[in-house]
Ligand binder design. Structure first.
Ligand code: PMV
Length: 354
């Protein structure tokens, strides 16, 4: 039989929302109840690397995550694979002697090997980088002609937040209106060079896996929280406008006010859910109090905080000086165990301490 293999490797960083996505209006297509805005992290610290391969000798689609085989049977994987396969095109790689016709893709199988360069169990948004990288690498493997925004609408069907990882810098996920979800996709607001004074530090408050998955948490919130509807309809649309303006003008004061308020309202919505969801813990709350106190003691805010579906803090410092102060004066005293190693506790560029 034929012996060739065609392989593509891609690397995708994760992203952290500064205006949060919380709640779906369509569970299967993963369509949100509001727009969201995120920042894509530096791939050196938190990213997924995925290699996809196709060969006539593969008899089924298979996937390995951090070296361990995982099932591709779930609807989210199947939706992504089906959508990309439907867009596959002719491939001609003369150097390797590989020639695949568009119609061949229906009968060819892929092998997928994916690695996270950060602890998957730490409850840090790993699905965002994972699905973005999977969809992007499959699209390249199959020579799909779609641009990153088109691909984001496919990655969205793997994990909502994944659609925002197809771009660097600050990214908006537009909720869209279409029933089939074709206009629910990501666009880049500003690229990674636009506001490169910012320093993002992640403090791993707890490495335990979250107790309530974002999927079931959102479902419960949509069904029971009165705050959620108000937030989605009245609050977030206004914050999106103000956040876009803050990003364009690099207004750190406004950026911090919006980021912190939106994180707190997301967690308030979780508390307003029945049964209530607690993602932050005492250490998270103490960190918030300290950052708030520090920001108020300065003429202008120095650090923004935001928390996702877990207790780990994402801290965004206005510049390297503020980041160094944050580490030396605040985070140094926070590790959950007295003997915890600061290197494991803080993810980010530790060279600012030198
Ligand atoms: O895409 P999911 O199902 O991992 O949900 C992400 C939800 C939050 O991280 C809490 C907010 C967001 O916008 O990323």
């Amino acid at each position: 039989g034929e012996k060739w293999v065609r392989m593509v490797t891609a690397q995708t960083p994760t992203n952290i929302a500064v205006i949060k996505y919380w709640g779906k209006r369509d569970e299967n297509l993963i369509l949100p109840v509001n727009d969201s805005i995120s920042v894509t992290l530096d791939p050196a610290h938190l990213c997924t690397t995925t290699t996809v391969a196709v060969s006539p000798s593969f008899d089924q689609d298979r996937m390995w995550l951090n070296g361990k085989e995982v099932s591709l049977a779930g609807a989210r994987y199947q939706n992504c694979l089906r959508e990309i396969r439907a867009r596959a095109c002719d491939v001609e790689d003369e150097e390797k002697g590989v020639k695949i016709a568009k119609k061949d893709w229906e009968n060819l199988h892929v092998h997928i090997a994916s690695y996270n360069n950060f602890p998957t169990a730490a409850g840090l948004a790993s699905s965002a980088a994972g699905f973005a990288c999977l969809v992007f690498s499959l699209a390249k493997l199959m020579n799909a002609k779609e641009d990153n925004s088109d691909l984001s609408a496919i990655a969205r069907q793997g994990s909502g937040s994944a659609c925002r990882s197809l771009f660097g810098g600050f990214v908006k996920w537009i909720m869209g209106e279409a029933k089939d979800g074709r206009d629910s996709r990501a666009v880049q607001l500003v690229d990674e060079k636009h506001w490169d004074e910012l320093v993002i530090i992640i403090a791993v408050v707890s490495s335990r896996q979250k107790e309530t998955s974002s999927t079931s948490g959102m479902q419960d919130s949509v069904n029971t929280s009165l705050l959620l509807e108000h937030r989605a309809k009245e609050i977030v649309p206004k914050r999106i406008v103000r956040m876009e303006e803050a990003l364009k003008t690099k207004d750190f004061g406004s950026f911090t006010e919006l980021t912190c308020a939106d994180s707190n309202q997301f967690h308030a919505t979780c508390l307003d859910t029945s049964p209530p969801i607690f993602y932050m813990n005492d250490t998270s709350h103490r960190l918030i109090s300290c950052v708030e106190k520090w920001n108020r003691s300065e003429a202008t805010p120095q650090v923004a905080y935001t928390f996702d579906a877990g207790p780990n803090a994402v801290l965004i410092a206005r510049n390297r000086k503020a980041a160094a102060q944050l580490m030396q004066k605040l985070l140094f005293y926070f590790p959950p165990n007295s003997d915890a190693d600061l290197d494991n506790y803080v993810i980010g560029d530790k060279s600012i301490l030198k």
